[in-house]
Design a protein around this ligand. Structure first.
Ligand SMILES: [Zn+2]
Length: 84
């Protein structure tokens, strides 16, 4: 009398782990920041900007530092075209 199913072995399994079961990897939104001092630009993930914006008052801009370039102030370059 045999069971109708075989014992499953996770040999080639683990695929169910690889497909983002928790939805943590939502598509990443990058915001363009530009340094006020050295004019370099950087793509910053939106969630990081969101964390910084927690401490802001209304109407304030998120300001990031500009490592490793000049340690200046970077703000979101909403309308500025990227300048390289
Ligand atoms: Zn800079």
């Amino acid at each position: 009398m045999g069971y109708p199913f075989e014992e499953k072995k996770p040999d080639d399994g683990m695929e169910w782990l690889g497909d983002d079961p928790l939805g943590l990897e939502e598509k990443e939104v990058l915001l363009l920041f530009q340094c006020l001092d050295c004019k370099k630009t950087d793509d910053v993930p939106e969630f990081i900007v969101g964390e910084f914006s927690v401490d802001l008052k209304e109407g304030e801009e998120v300001e990031l530092h500009c490592p490793p370039h000049c340690n200046g102030t970077m703000i979101e370059a909403r309308n500025a075209p990227p300048s390289y």
